[in-house]
Design a protein around this ligand. Sequence first.
Ligand code: ADP
Ligand code: MG
Length: 260
Amino acid sequence: MTPAAPQDAVIRVENLKTGFGDFIVHENVSFEVRRGEVFAILGGSGCGKTVLLKHMIGLYRPLAGRVLIAGEDIAAAEGERRLAILRRLGVMYQLGALFGNMTLAENIRLPLEEYTDLPDEAMDLIAETKLRLVNLGGAGHLTPSEISGGMMKRAAIARALALDPEIVFLDEPAGGLDPITSAELDELVLRLSDSLGITFVVITHELPSIFAIADRCIMLDKRVRGIIAEGRPADLRDHSPDPRVRQFFNRAASAPAAAA
Ligand SMILES: Nc1ncnc2c1ncn2[C@@H]1O[C@H](COP(=O)(O)OP(=O)(O)O)[C@@H](O)[C@H]1O
Ligand SMILES: [Mg+2]
């Protein structure tokens, strides 16, 4: 594959500085995510993966720098413009977080109720369509307590798809799953990426998953407060000059992942 032209960047993170009070998480982080790719964010516990994601979806304001979604500064946008950007994004947060007192269908309807004024039947139809998309057709009446962990992750992805987003963010989707269920999730991400052209930004620790799904990745480091590697996973594994990076990619696939 030839390298994508710069205009293919659907997300551009520019000189991002983030933190809380005096505590700096990211110092000067820049990278871009290209349209249609599966982009992975890697790094040890507490290095700022989730904080970075929350800046990319406009939940936090940068201390400096900016995040452009399709050319628009997500933190600077207000009102209708902001809503228009947010509608292009689907998110599955770390720990999944379906509402336990609602059925799967009701969970998927939530973003539709918040962002659209579609009639009831249309929302039901969309909920069922999204459930089918993740192989949960007919399961809309179940509650989270009635389904397996893998099904819960898929339902959470269905909810992230409710508004037909261009970009879907997944924060550690494989967390707590066994390798087989985790591989099924990888297949789902690849299928959605191929069939719908969705761009994915995935935070993960799982080596098999990284090699299976990620076109490109960045690795963050807590001490550096930023990126220590960027590129294709296999290139970084084989050619990174940084021993920390080679070590991460070369650890035995069966070794336990760094704690999330
Ligand atoms: N809302 C917050 N207020 C203060 N510190 C936070 C907040 N969220 C995250 N942090 C801190 O920022 C650092 C990065 O956190 P996070 O992005 O969650 O790490 P991870 O890479 O494990 O996802 C951690 O030291 C964490 O304690
Ligand atoms: Mg995290």
